[in-house]
Design a binder for this molecule. Structure first.
Ligand code: PKZ
Ligand code: NDP
Length: 515
């Protein structure tokens, strides 16, 4: 019997960010391995015209939860969606709901965050810092609370090269930042943002670092742990390989490359691609919840959930495997044939952006205009290049994260727990994982049918022929123009033609002699 699974039985668990990528996988695993848990409270806001109930209904009826329904048929009764907006005071939770949360919760998993790199500092602070502070305040009023697990990111200290499992202080105290966000206007915040974030690349990593400081300062008597995952990718094994449901991290770029929009990126092929499957992060999170509640470590432990030091893969290998998978499993209706050049040179990147990204978009928009349709490709391309420029920071550097606590925890687990809550990334086969990732992107993000693969392959063949035809035509036109203008080019041309003629004559003569 798994000790971790048994620990969560009968428990009331509060999850923030349960509608997000990681939150859904966390809920799924909890229900599947501990169907006897008492209740999962999730803080949800209405979104995109859906009420909180409709959102929960949609999640529970998704493919991700198919296995859960078999082991926990009354899952609908065990999930309690509580209306909440983490941007509001007291999260806008009703008094009755708040009372229930405070009196019943045993474990808190705080996953909610804004993960947008370019979020306005005010908004990023509100969600990643102030909301964390408020949640800790709530937690301090929960008499039955056994553990509070905060999800941070391995990149919260990406300004350092070697990162230990400790909290590194930011120069300005989080409390001061929270206060100043209340009275500074947007223009001033915009002005001071670069100074505040310093050598971090964006407001996301900065506010996640502030969030960790808040956890440290406000922990009081709470039993707290922090988990720092690196780049979270599709599921490795559970509930099935390749599941992914948003464009963050590599997923968006896999689509862009597979559809032929993205053909080059400024990336260092030898830099470590510190990807970690979402189910690995969830398994570690649940193991940490158990360990923190049962063993009650004296201080707040930080767990790095990374792959680089245990089972490294680099961007070059990853890109190669992604492209190789497109050969077997192409995406439908590609704009151009998938190809991705990783270059570290800024001038080469600009050349590729002009020739391979912007020019085809302009030509395609011109074609759309000619055929009476609305041009759109230039806009899509500009957005994509902006996204790529924001991710470039992470694909041109390598970090070293120490993983003593994570390895210590692994050794504390029983063999059964090591199997059921496996977070040993050394067992991951990258080639297989990446292939499943690409397949998952096709199935769950693009919602493409596998039956369409032969047609997709045909389409790529047509694109290849168009490519050859286009290049030949371009070459001939360029050559014709050169001949018309340069005596030297004409001489070369006559030399080649006469050489070919002589060679053919000689060949014909020698074959006649043989006969
Ligand atoms: C050969 C292949 C090799 C693969 C090689 C992979 C390398 C991959 C390195 C990753 C490295 C991350 C390392 C951080 C790890 C953490 O810890 S951070 C957690 C992850 N967070 C993220 O990834 C957030 C990144 N995204 C953002 O911040 C924002 O989307 C951006 C980039 C600022 C764009 O903002 P925006 O212009 O306002 O656009 P937004 O409204 O978000 O979306 C606009 C459009 O772009 C699309 N879009 C959004 N994000 C993306 C994306 N990532 N990609 C493409 N399209 C996107 C949207 O679907 C939308 O399309 P439409 O619906 O309009 O058709
Ligand atoms: N994805 C990654 O690569 C990595 C993620 N992380 C961390 O993991 C955690 C989970 O990330 P991930 O699941 O990928 O992120 P998602 O963007 O998929 O999910 C974010 C969650 O936060 C919720 N949320 C955001 N704003 C509010 C609000 N105002 N009120 C209530 N809920 C809100 C979202 O709700 P809604 O659905 O309503 O928007 C959603 O459930 C985060 O803490 C992130 O920093 C760390 C490293 C890498």
């Amino acid at each position: 019997m798994s000790m971790i699974a048994a620990f969560y039985s009968g428990k009331s668990i509060l999850i923030t960010g349960a509608t997000g990528f990681m939150g859904k996988v966390l809920m799924e695993k909890l229900f599947r391995t501990s169907p006897d848990l008492k209740v999962i409270y999730i803080l949800v806001r209405p979104k995109a015209g859906q009420t909180t109930q409709q959102r929960v209904f949609q999640i529970l009826n998704s493919k991700l939860f198919e296995k859960v329904k078999e082991v926990c048929p009354n899952v609908h009764e065990k999930i309690r969606a509580i209306y909440a907006d983490l941007n509001q005071n007291d999260f806008a939770i009703s008094k009755e709901d708040m009372q229930e949360l405070l009196s019943c919760t045993n474990i808190v998993f705080h996953c909610a965050a804004t993960v947008r790199f370019d979020d306005h500092l005010r908004h990023a602070v509100q969600l990643n810092v102030t909301a964390t502070q408020q949640l800790l305040l709530m937690a301090s009023q929960m008499p039955k609370l056994e553990a509070f697990i905060h999800i941070s990111t391995a990149f919260s200290n990406c300004n350092l090269k070697h990162i230990d499992e400790v909290i590194y202080p930011c120069p300005v105290e989080p409390k001061k930042i929270i206060d100043s966000m209340e009275w500074l206007d947007d223009a001033i915040i915009d002005e001071i943002t670069p100074k505040l974030i310093g050598d971090r690349p964006n407001t996301y990593t900065y506010t996640k670092a502030l969030g960790e400081m808040v956890v440290q300062q406000e922990s009081g008597n709470l039993n707290i742990a922090i988990i720092r995952p690196s780049i979270v990718g599709a599921t490795w094994q559970e509930p099935f390989p390749g599941w992914v449901d948003n464009l963050n991290g590599p997923s968006g770029l896999i689509i862009a490359a597979g559809k032929g929009f993205l053909r080059a990126i400024r990336a260092t092929p030898m830099a470590v691609a510190d990807l970690i499957p979402v189910d690995t992060v969830v398994n570690l999170t649940l193991a940490v919840g158990w360990y923190t509640a049962v063993h009650r470590p004296k201080s707040t432990l930080i767990y790095h959930c990374t792959s680089g030091n245990l089972n490294p893969c680099n961007w070059g290998k990853m890109g190669f495997q992604v492209l190789a998978t497109f050969e077997k499993i192409p995406f439908e209706r590609a704009f151009r044939r998938p190809y991705a050049d990783f270059t570290t040179n800024t001038i080469t990147t600009q050349y590729w952006n002009a020739v391979s990204h912007r020019a085809p978009a302009i030509i395609y928009d011109f074609y759309l205009r000619l055929t009476g349709r609305k041009p759109r490709m230039t806009k899509v391309m500009n957005r994509l290049l902006r996204t790529v420029s924001m991710l470039e920071y992470f694909v041109n550097r390598s970090w070293e994260w120490s993983t003593y606590n994570t390895e210590m925890l692994m050794s504390e687990l029983s063999p059964e727990d090591q199997r059921v809550f496996n977070f040993d990334v050394r067992q991951l086969n990258w080639l297989e994982y990446i292939e499943n990732y690409v397949l998952g992107v096709k199935k769950y993000l693009l919602k493409e049918d596998m039956a369409g693969i032969p047609e997709a392959k045909q389409h790529l063949k047509r694109l290849r022929n168009i490519h050859y035809l286009f290049n030949t035509a371009l070459f001939l036109i360029a050559w014709r123009l050169l001949i018309a203008r340069s005596q030297m080019a004409r001489n070369v041309w006559f030399f080649i033609v006469s050489f070919c003629y002589k060679f053919l004559s000689y060949f014909r003569a020698s074959s006649t002699l043989k006969v």
